[in-house]
Ligand binder design. Structure first.
Ligand SMILES: Cc1cc2nc3c(=O)[nH]c(=O)nc-3n(C[C@H](O)[C@H](O)[C@H](O)COP(=O)(O)OP(=O)(O)OC[C@H]3O[C@@H](n4cnc5c(N)ncnc54)[C@H](O)[C@@H]3O)c2cc1C
Length: 401
């Protein structure tokens, strides 16, 4: 991707036309007129909401939206801890300081009061833990990268946190079919890097990729930037291994692209948010790494124009369209204020990010050129910038957190 070149940045229609001309001319020297936003990362804590919806079992604070009453689960005893330590030597955390970050969600909007964090490394260990907890009526909260935005990754009360963070082995990769099989705790970004070296990509990409785990992605049926092109995880996940609440291991870890042998049980677990079992391994179909990528950042005046641009874009970019996202001026203001990401174009009520990915840069550039010219002459967009160089593409995408 380093060979990609920033072809043009434009701020007015005239500049857009100039950039279009450049886009259509192959072999021109790189034009790097402007580089604006390079920071990406977590929203500062001061910015995040601070609703404490959940209080501990014995907590005194409450709120109208507080969690329902604690169900009659057992409480973790000294004997239970001894059993956990036997199953997971050195991987049972009870230190309140170490537990703090696992008890609190990414937005710091909800907080539980778990006193135990378990870190299994194998499916058998997960099975032993769940079987034991089931026999003792102990509640368990599965946790991946803890980047979920709806509070599901942290306990409501004192549930045991079962983290998959130590389950990070890649089990196999079929270089011909592009099928990756790995443990659930693999961080998405690590999988991205692993595949990149093999000329493949993950079919999903999201702002939390540096922390979220593939098991968490499957449990939440995460969408992300590539959904438009590669579809949802219901299509790309080929197999799952799951440990049910009583410790039974459900082996649906198929690596077959076409598997019509009866019920497709794995589908139940995609998006189940940890309610049906703990996902311990995933096999997933990975697309080949595109040879040519372009990202366009456009401004438009009305939502109707935005929808028309989407229609035009689908019609004219067809098979190379890989993402279409939008943000409004208020989002842009928040990005400027809190993440110091400058607006790469002039102020507009609405902004669109379009990504194309294909196998022939000349062909893709021509298609993009035709689309931009049409969008511009029909006055659907008023301003924009085009990036084809990897760092610029990343910078543009950093707006999508
Ligand atoms: C900056 C940022 C950008 C984001 N962008 C997107 C986006 O574009 N699209 C999108 O869909 N989401 C997005 N998210 C939300 C979040 O990253 C996803 O939901 C992600 O898939 C969660 O993965 P995780 O490993 O962090 O799971 P966690 O947050 O740890 O858990 C989420 C839920 O899954 C359950 N769970 C976790 N692991 C397992 C497992 N192995 N087995 C069973 N249940 C499990 C948990 O109990 C919980 O209910 C974003 C979040 C952030 C912070």
């Amino acid at each position: 991707m380093n060979a990609y070149v920033m072809l043009g940045v434009f701020q007015t229609t005239q500049k857009l036309r100039t950039a279009l001309r450049r886009l259509s001319r192959a072999g021109r020297p790189p034009l790097d007129l402007q580089m604006q936003f390079l920071r990406r990362g977590r929203c500062p804590r001061s910015v995040a909401l601070s609703r404490k919806l959940h209080v501990g079992a014995d907590g005194s604070r409450s709120s109208p939206a507080a969690a329902p009453q604690r169900l009659p689960f057992s409480r973790v005893s000294v004997e239970d801890l001894a059993v956990f330590r036997k199953i997971l030597p050195g991987r049972v955390i009870t230190d309140p300081d170490l537990l703090q970050s696992s008890n609190e969600d990414w937005l710091t909007s909800v907080r539980g009061s778990s006193e135990v964090l378990l870190r299994p490394q194998t499916t058998q260990e997960v099975s032993q833990i769940l079987s034991y907890c089931n026999s003792r009526n102990l509640a368990v909260n599965p946790q991946g990268g803890n980047t979920g935005l709806v509070g599901g990754s942290v306990p409501v009360y004192d549930e045991i946190i079962l983290s998959t963070s130590f389950m990070k082995n890649i089990l196999s990769f079929d270089n011909i079919a592009g099928i990756l099989t790995c443990q659930a705790g693999c961080v998405l970004e690590n999988l991205v890097l692993y595949l990149e070296e093999r000329d493949y990509i993950m079919p999903l990409d999201l702002g939390a990729k540096g922390s979220c785990q593939i098991g968490g992605n499957v449990a939440t049926n995460a969408g992300g930037l590539r959904l438009l092109r590669y579809g949802s995880l219901h299509g790309t996940v080929l197999g799952l291994e799951v440990v049910l609440a009583d410790g039974q291991v459900l082996d649906c870890l198929s690596t077959l692209r076409k598997d019509n042998t009866g019920y497709d049980l794995k589908q139940l677990f995609i998006g189940s948010e940890g309610t049906l079992g703990v996902i311990t391994a995933v096999s997933i179909l990975c697309p080949r790494k595109p040879k040519s990528i372009n990202v366009v950042f456009l401004g438009c005046e009305t939502f109707d124009q935005l929808l028309k641009t989407f229609q035009l874009c689908k019609g004219m970019l067809g098979e190379i369209l890989s993402a279409f996202e939008f943000l409004d001026s208020e989002c842009m203001r928040l990005l400027n204020t809190h993440l110091k990401l400058p607006n790469p174009i002039s102020d507009c009520p609405l902004y669109i990010v379009i990504e194309t990915s294909g196998s022939d840069s000349k062909h893709d550039s021509q298609k993009l050129h035709n689309f931009l010219e049409e969008a511009m002459t029909s006055l659907l967009v008023t301003d924009g910038t085009v990036a084809t160089e990897d760092s610029k593409i990343k910078a543009l995408w950093s707006m999508h957190i």
